[in-house]
Design a protein around this ligand. Structure first.
Ligand code: XMP
Length: 511
C-alpha cells in the first residue's frame, strides 16, 4: 500500500498532518526525525513530509535534516520548519525574523500547478511568522507569496520538492486539505487505498503471519478499541483467540451485561469468558482514597484476576491489545512522552508479568479509523459510538473511598444523565458526559423536611482528543430536567451542580 512518511521535528501539529492525509485515504506514518536508519528507499513510500518545529533553523541545537531524505529522491513537502530545513540544506538562506507567532494571511498563488493545481485566486492560510526564507536555493522558485512573506511557497525546478511557510493541516487554512491532496495525488502519485476493507484485509494477513498457530488472549474492556481488536483478530485466527472479560464492578449501569452478551453473539460463546471480580476489586479498594493509589490498586487487581483466568487456558503466547496510534506516537515522540497528569492503567503490567508477546493490530489507527473499521466489521452502533471510558472506571468518578453504596448512587445518577443527554441534539457532539459523586453532604429541603445528602456533579465536555476540552453548552432545559430527575429519583443525592471548568486548567475526570 502507498505510504507517506511524516518526519516529525517536534511540531504540535504533526498528528493533525497525519489525520488529514489519512482523510485523503492515504496511509502515512509519523517518524521522529532522530530515529535514524530509516529505509526511505522502500518503493511503497511515495513521499516525505517534513513537519514544523518549535525550533528555529538558525538555533545551534536545531534538529537537522537527516541525509536519507534528500538521497531518497522522493517527493518532499516541507511545512514551515520543514521548508526552512530544505532551504538551508540545499544552499539557500533563512533568517530569524522574530519569535514564533501564528496568524491568518492571504496567499497570492503565482502558479496554479502541483500542490496549487485547480486552486485559483487568493487563499486564506494559517501562517507561522518566525523564520523566513531570504534566499532560495539554486533551481528553486517562489510559487506563492503573502504580505510580509516573499516566499510563502516554493518549489524546485522539477516540481518534486515543495516548501510552504503556512500550515495546510489546520482548519484555519480552509483549502489546506486540497493542497495536501494535490501533494499526495499529483506530486507523489499516491492511490487512495487506505479504506476500511483494505485495512481489514491487510491487518488480518498481518495477524496470521505474526501469530501462526499460537494462542492469543485478549482482555475485553467493552470499549470500541478492545472490541474491534478482538473481532478483527477473531476474523484472522478464529478459535485461537480467547477473550476474557473481567467485571470489576466499576462499569456504568448495564454495560457489563451488554458487552458480554454482544461479544458472545459476535464471537460465539466459547470465545468469551466472563469473570465476576466485583468483590475482589471492592475489597482491594477499601480505604483507598488517593486517585493514583486507586489506579494502581485497580491495575494490580486486574493483573491478578486476568492472570488467574489466562492460566486456565494453558499454553497462550500472545496478549492482544487495542492500543491506537496516539498512544504509539506519544511513546516515540520527538519531545519524549508528554507529561502525564494521570497514569493510565488499563492492562498495566500484564505483558511483563505473564511473559506474553503483545500484538496490537490497531497500533497505526486513529480513533475515527477504528470506528470506521468497527462499522465495517459489523460491530453494533452502541459499542462503536460509545464515549471513551477510563480504565479505572467509576472509581475515579467517586471522590474518596469507593464503596458499593456509593457505586450504586453514582450508577443511578449517571444513568439518568446519560438517558436525558441522549435525547438532546448536543449528545452526538459530546466527547464525554457522565456523573461524578462528591460524597460530601449538603443541606436541602424535600416535602417540608430537611435533607442532608451527597452532591452530584454533571460533567460534559467537547473535545477532539481528550488532551484539551471545553465544557459543553447544554441547554438550561436539559440541565433542569437532569437536576430534577436525579434529586427526585436517586436517594443519596440532594443537590446537583454542573462543572463549568475547561481542560486545562481542570482535567476531564475529577480524579
Ligand atoms: P483527564 O481526566 O486526564 O482525561 O482529562 C483525559 C482522557 O483520559 C481518560 N482517562 C483515563 N483513561 N485510564 C484510562 O484508560 C485512566 O486512568 C484514565 N484517566 C483519565 C478520560 O476519561 C479522558 O477521556
Amino acid at each position: 500500500m502507498d505510504k507517506i512518511v511524516i518526519l516529525d521535528f517536534g511540531s504540535q501539529y504533526t498528528q493533525l498532518i497525519a489525520r488529514r492525509i489519512r482523510e485523503c485515504k492515504v496511509y502515512c506514518e509519523i517518524w521522529p526525525y532522530h530515529l535514524m536508519g530509516y529505509d526511505l528507499e522502500s518503493p511503497e513510500i511515495k513521499g516525505i513530509i517534513l513537519s514544523g518545529s518549535s525550533y528555529s533553523v538558525v538555533d545551534a541545537n536545531a534538529p537537522p535534516l537527516p541525509p536519507p531524505v534528500l538521497e531518497s529522491g522522493k517527493p518532499i513537502l516541507g511545512i514551515c520548519y520543514g521548508m526552512q530545513l530544505l532551504v538551508s540544506a540545499l544552499g539557500g538562506k533563512v533568517i530569524h525574523t522574530h519569535g514564533r507567532e501564528y496568524g491568518k494571511a492571504l496567499l497570492e498563488v503565482l502558479e496554479n500547478r502541483g500542490i496549487f493545481e485547480n486552486l485559483a485566486g487568493d487563499i486564506v492560510c494559517w501562517m507561522s511568522y518566525g523564520d523566513s526564507v531570504k534566499e532560495l536555493p539554486p533551481g528553486f522558485r517562489g510559487v506563492a507569496r503573502a504580505e510580509n512573506c516573499e516566499y510563502a511557497a516554493i518549489r524546485d525546478e522539477g516540481g518534486k520538492i515543495w516548501g510552504i511557510q503556512f500550515h495546510p493541516e489546520v482548519s484555519h487554512t480552509p483549502l489546506g486539505r486540497e493542497i495536501l491532496a494535490n501533494f499526495l495525488f499529483r506530486v507523489c502519485g499516491c492511490q487512495p487505498e487506505w479504506i476500511p476493507e483494505s485495512i481489514i484485509k491487510q491487518q488480518i494477513q498481518w495477524i496470521r503471519n505474526e501469530v501462526k498457530d499460537k494462542k492469543v488472549v485478549c482482555a475485553l474492556s467493552g470499549g470500541v478499541d478492545s472490541v474491534t481488536a478482538a473481532v478483527l483478530t477473531y476474523r484472522a485466527i478464529g478459535e485461537q483467540l480467547t477473550c476474557i472479560f473481567v467485571d470489576n464492578g466499576l462499569l456504568r449501569k448495564g454495560e457489563a451485561e451488554q458487552v458480554f452478551s454482544k461479544m458472545k453473539e459476535i464471537l460465539g460463546k466459547e470465545r468469551v469468558i466472563y469473570r465476576d471480580a466485583r468483590e475482589q476489586f471492592l475489597s482491594a479498594l477499601q480505604g483507598v482514597v488517593d486517585p493514583e493509589e486507586k489506579r494502581k490498586t485497580i491495575g494490580r487487581t486486574f493483573v491478578e484476576v486476568f492472570e488467574e483466568e489466562a492460566k486456565k487456558l494453558g499454553d497462550v503466547s500472545y496478549l492482544l491489545q487495542g492500543t491506537t496510534y496516539p498512544d504509539v506516537i506519544e511513546s516515540i515522540s520527538v519531545s519524549g512522552p508528554s507529561v502525564r497528569v494521570k497514569t493510565h492503567h488499563n492492562v498495566g503490567g500484564l505483558p511483563e508479568h505473564m511473559q506474553l508477546k503483545v500484538i496490537e493490530p490497531l497500533r497505526f489507527l486513529f480513533k475515527d479509523e477504528v470506528r470506521r473499521l468497527a462499522v465495517e466489521l459489523g460491530i453494533p452502533e452502541e459499542i462503536v459510538w460509545r464515549q471513551p471510558f477510563p480504565g479505572p472506571g467509576l472509581a475515579v468518578r467517586i471522590i474518596g473511598e469507593v464503596t458499593e453504596d456509593r457505586l450504586q448512587i453514582l450508577r443511578d445518577m449517571d444513568f439518568i444523565i446519560d438517558q436525558e443527554l441522549r435525547k438532546s441534539p448536543i449528545y452526538k457532539k459530546l466527547w464525554q458526559s457522565f456523573g461524578v459523586l462528591v460524597p460530601v453532604r449538603s443541606v436541602g429541603v424535600m416535602g417540608g423536611e430537611r435533607t442532608y445528602k451527597y452532591v452530584g456533579v454533571l460533567r460534559a465536555v467537547m473535545s477532539e482528543d481528550g488532551m484539551t476540552a471545553d465544557w459543553a453548552r447544554i441547554s438550561y432545559d436539559t440541565l433542569d430536567t437532569i437536576a430534577r430527575q436525579v434529586v427526585n429519583e436517586v436517594a443519596g443525592i440532594g443537590r446537583m451542580v454542573y462543572d463549568i471548568t475547561s481542560k486545562p486548567p481542570a482535567t476531564i475526570e475529577w480524579e
